[in-house]
Design a protein around this ligand. Sequence first.
Ligand code: NAP
Ligand code: MG
Length: 401
Amino acid sequence: MAKIEMKTPLVEMDGDEMTRILWALIKEKLLLPYVDLKTEYYDLGLKHRDETDDQVTIDSAEATKRLGVAVKCATITPNADRVKEYGLKEMWKSPNGTIRAILDGTVFRTPVIVKWIEPCVKNWEQPITLARHAYGDVYKNVEFRVPGAGKAELVFTGEDGQETRKLIQEFKGPGVVQGVHNLDASIESFARACFQYALDQKKELWFGTKDTISKTYDARFREIFDTIYENDYKSQFEQAGITYFYTLIDDAVARIMKSKGGMIWACKNYDGDVMSDMVSSAFGSLAMMTSVLVSPAGVYEYEAAHGTVQRHYYKHLKGEETSTNPVATIFAWTGGLRKRGELDGLTDLVKFADRLERATLDTIESGIMTKDLALITTLPQERVTVKNTEAFIDAVAQKLA
Ligand code: NAP
Ligand code: MG
């Protein structure tokens, strides 16, 4: 059988630990037999990041800008333990943070829905995609404890020396105070990435803030979204038959719980932090959560939402059997291949991505799964077969064949 041809290479960002092992197995058993895989390879494994003084991470992000689509394996974000473990020159920054900063992107997380793994919210039939604004607000706050009586003020000094002052509170006794900010440019990038991705996915876009209470700060988010929508996206949305829906954040939460799902839910930084954990845990498993970074320029980087599954890796190193779920990593590859196929007009590549996803889901639906899913499935246990890491991928390969 002739292999499926590719035109433009994918940017391939290899990673660490157990996911690095999944990565190689997926390529060997699920992709290379069918696709004449073209990639520009960057080794983001921690050892190589250290050897290159993290230049490889920057290079891989620049390549993504140039080629348009990347697939990334999970990577270690070093902490003090990792500096010792790998004898690092420095505590390198999070690769995801570096890549996101270069691409100016927004992360969209979507659960993979499969029969027998039921969401806790029984009316959720379609996946909910969560988009979190990844800049500012309480994550870049300045705060301190107020020791006692006194006056707290907000002061802005313009470049021309002009001061704007506002009283925050006349303290009568001790308390706390905090300053937060955001940037029009960052909110605009976030809005564009959300509109862009909604069009790409042909899904509704929801956005909520607390602009009834925060009449300037949160209202600025709403205004920017509204303006960009009216000027640049409204007619495209109408053509695609999708809608942009704004409501108060608390109303959004209430409606989401009663919905069938299927929307992209854009959230401010804190709301997204909290709600993404709620949505992902309600859908079942971190191992089934996919993630894509979309830049306002329309560049895509696909990955699994989980980390390198360190605990399983240490078992693997000791020669013990592991049962690590490769679904999110497989879907990172299919996401990247499908997007590459769409951009290059390669129908066969798009169809291959669909088939590989179907084969993965069919395998699970037939009762063959990794341990994490076996623990939460609603399929009766006598119909479940738990496979180890490699045997599960073999089972998917068999279905695919
Ligand atoms: P993790 O790798 O997401 O794993 C946490 C736990 O979740 C695992 O121990 C395992 O539970 C379960 N799990 C996650 N993915 C699974 C899968 N595919 N199959 C089965 N079970 C899965 O998080 P972590 O252990 O806290 O972090 C490990 C490293 O990953 C860290 O160095 C961190 O910096 C990095 N990280 C990277 C990314 C990224 O690159 N995007 C994201 C997050 C974390 P059990 O042990 O109970 O089986
Ligand atoms: Mg969180």
